[in-house]
Design a protein around this ligand. Structure first.
Ligand code: NAP
Length: 250
C-alpha cells in the first residue's frame, strides 16, 4: 500500500449540491473519502448533502464558488486544500444548459455554457494539479455527455462544451501521467435530475426511444462509474471516456 492510500483521501466535487454531483459526493463518502461539496447558488442543497454524509459518519464540508470564474475556481481549490490538508480527487461535474436551436442561439447562451461546462473544468484542473503533483498522486474525472459524441438539436453550445471536455481529458491525461495523476471522463446519457426535469416531454420521449436499455439512468449509476475511475483498481486507466448511457452512444 502506498503512503497516500493510508491517509484519508480528499475529493472536490464541483456542483456537488444536486443531481449527479450529489450522488457522487454520497458514494465517495461511503467509500471513506472526505468530500468538499461545491455549489454556486443552492447553499441549502449543499448543506443537506453534508448533513447526509455526516449522519452516516462521513466527513464533508460545503464550499461556495462559481467555477466559471477563474479567481473563484482557484480560491475554491485553495480553500479545500487549506481545510483538508490535501486534494486527491477532482470531479468536474458542474454544468448548465441553455438550450435553443443554433440559429436562435445568442452569444451569451454560448458563452455561459462554454464558460461553466468547459472553462470551469480547465480552471479547476489547473488549480488542483498543483497539490496533486506535489503528492505524486491524483485522480481527475470530467463529466461529459453522450451529446458530445452524438450531437443533439438545440444543444450546440452544450455539445461543443462536452466534446471539448473530452479533448481536455485526453490531453491532461497525457500531460500529467508521469506524475501518477489519471484523467478520465464519464459520459452519461439521459439521467433523471433537475437538469433533465426542465426538458420538454417531446425531447425526453425522443431521447428515451434511443436508449437500448429502455429507461433513463439514475444519478447513483453515474456515481458508481466515477467511484471506479478514482479507485486504486483503476490506477492503470487514463484518458478513457466511460459511457453510462444504457447503450445510447455505442
Ligand atoms: P443539475 O441537477 O442541474 O445540477 C447542476 C449542479 O451544477 C448543481 O449542483 C449546481 O449548483 C452546479 N453548478 C452549476 N453552475 C455552476 C457553477 N458555475 N459553479 C459551480 N457549480 C455550478 O445537473 P445534473 O443533471 O446533475 O448534471 C451534472 C453534470 O452531468 C453536468 O455537467 C451535466 O452536463 C452532466 N450530464 C447530465 C446529464 C443528465 O441527463 N442529467 C447527462 C449527461 C451529462 P447549485 O445547486 O448551487 O445551483
Amino acid at each position: 500500500m502506498d503512503a497516500t492510500a493510508e491517509r484519508q483521501r480528499v475529493a472536490l466535487v464541483t456542483g456537488g449540491s444536486r443531481g449527479i454531483g450529489r450522488a457522487v459526493c454520497l458514494a465517495l463518502a461511503e467509500r471513506g473519502v472526505a468530500v468538499a461539496v461545491n455549489y454556486v447558488h443552492r447553499e441549502d442543497a449543499a448543506r443537506e448533502v453534508v448533513r447526509e454524509i455526516e449522519a452516516k459518519g462521513g466527513k464533508a464540508e460545503a464550499f461556495s464558488g462559481d467555477v466559471s470564474d477563474p479567481v473563484q475556481a482557484e480560491a475554491l481549490v485553495e480553500r479545500v486544500v487549506e481545510r483538508f490538508g490535501r486534494l486527491d480527487i477532482l470531479v468536474n461535474n458542474a454544468g448548465i444548459t441553455r438550450d435553443t436551436l443554433l440559429l436562435r442561439m445568442k452569444e451569451d447562451d454560448w458563452d455561459a455554457v462554454l464558460n461553466t461546462n468547459l472553462k470551469g473544468a480547465f480552471h479547476c484542473i489547473k488549480a488542483a494539479v498543483r497539490p496533486m503533483m506535489k503528492q505524486r498522486f491524483g485522480r481527475i474525472v470530467n463529466i461529459t455527455s453522450v451529446v458530445a459524441l452524438m450531437g443533439n438539436p438545440g444543444q450546440a453550445n452544450y455539445a461543443a462544451a462536452k466534446a471539448g471536455l473530452i479533448g481536455l481529458t485526453k490531453t491532461a491525461a497525457r500531460e500529467f501521467a508521469s506524475r501518477q495523476i489519471t484523467v478520465n471522463a464519464v459520459a452519461p446519457g439521459l439521467i433523471e435530475t433537475d437538469m433533465t426535469a426542465s426538458m420538454g416531454e417531446d425531447a425526453i420521449r425522443s431521447l428515451r426511444e434511443r436508449i437500448p436499455l429502455g429507461r433513463p439512468g439514475r444519478p447513483e449509476e453515474v456515481a458508481e462509474a466515477v467511484c471506479f475511475l478514482v479507485s486504486d483498481a483503476a490506477g492503470y486507466i487514463t484518458g478513457h471516456v466511460l459511457h453510462v448511457d444504457g447503450g445510447m452512444a455505442m
